[in-house]
Ligand binder design. Structure first.
Ligand code: ATP
Length: 300
């Protein structure tokens, strides 16, 4: 038997919602989701180290905005596995934060998924992806998807993951305005009867066919009008992205991040340049399955 590892460095990529609907909510208040998600090459890095036997979980980050205690989703993931499998080893987690916080890009969920993957390896628990997803759902609805971090159709409370083919070649411009949206507060405003529900059938067909134009024609998010009512800058950013030449623009998650799709890098860079000065953070990224490259245009 080989020597058991005591350290892992996990990449925790940001997610985007190419489509998002919430058809109803369950009796206990959980949302039912119907989402098409993808992951991009904008990622946190999560270093996980086990040592000693005092059972202590310690989280540090290079971000001044995040809780370092039990409220951190990475802490919750370590605590969940340690409790379930009776592990007494101390765990040190350091998060190098690159994904904007409370932005609709699933940063906290991806960090939690990274800890589940990392500790599954270090503690040699032998859990399958599906078992990690079931555990992840106890932390947040986006954690099961983040365990996979591959383009997928996500339904149920977030635990039903149908992995899709890789996206065709494209560039994605991500714009994060200087506002934060609380997902629970936003979801409390949803009137399920009045939402303009969509089923992502055409988007799934386009992804399965590798049809870039079909993907652009079918990105959708039923929550956009609710967030944009409070934050009109979301509508302005969408309009600007299309004006500067993006083939599609939509909000991710509950916002406020808006993404635009472009076929060529030069067009994506043009869109990003057009937004810089108007928006706090703009990134040009690619879907995760393509060669990694991240350009960041930081303004203000
Ligand atoms: P979601 O849509 O899943 O709520 P999001 O992408 O909009 O997530 P996150 O960046 O995950 O937003 O942050 C949501 C909340 O979770 C914030 O209030 C933040 O303080 C908290 N949080 C806890 N742990 C983390 C973490 N490791 N990284 C980011 N946020 C975290």
């Amino acid at each position: 038997m080989g020597v058991r590892p005591t350290e892992r460095l996990e990449k925790a990529p940001a997610k985007l919602n190419l489509a998002l609907d919430t058809p109803f909510h369950h009796a206990n208040g959980d949302e039912e989701w119907d989402m098409v998600m993808t992951s991009v090459d904008l990622a946190d890095y999560v270093a996980i180290k086990t040592l000693g036997k005092n059972g202590r979980i310690k989280v540090t980050t290079d971000s001044g905005f995040l809780p370092n205690d039990h409220r951190n989703l990475a802490y919750k993931a370590a605590h969940l596995l340690a409790t379930k499998f009776g592990q007494r080893e101390a765990v040190n987690i350091h998060i190098e934060k690159h994904i904007p916080v409370a932005a609709g890009m699933g940063g906290g969920s991806s960090d939690a998924a990274a800890v589940l993957r990392g500790l599954n390896d270090i503690w040699q628990l032998g859990l399958t992806q599906t078992e990690l997803c079931e555990l992840g759902l106890q932390i947040d609805a986006d954690v099961p998807y983040c365990v996979w971090s591959q383009t997928a159709h996500v339904t149920g409370r977030g635990e039903k993951i149908d992995v899709l083919p890789k996206l065709p070649a494209m560039w994605i411009v991500i714009a994060k305005p200087k506002i934060s949206v609380s997902t629970p507060a936003l979801l409390r405003q949803v009137n399920y009867e009045k939402l303009a529900h969509t089923v992502p059938t055409d988007l799934l067909t386009a992804i399965n066919a590798g049809d870039y134009e079909g993907i652009c024609a079918n990105v959708a998010n039923v929550l956009t009008p609710i967030t944009a009512r409070q934050h009109p800058t979301i509508t302005h950013i969408k309009e600007k992205m299309l004006h500067f030449g993006a083939d599609a623009a939509e909000m991710s998650g509950t916002g406020p991040t808006v993404f635009g799709l472009c076929k060529k890098q030069s067009r994506a860079q043009h869109v990003a340049n057009g937004l810089a000065g108007f928006c706090r953070e703009v990134y040009v990224v690619r879907p995760l399955s393509l060669p990694p490259i991240v350009n960041s245009v930081e303004t203000m």
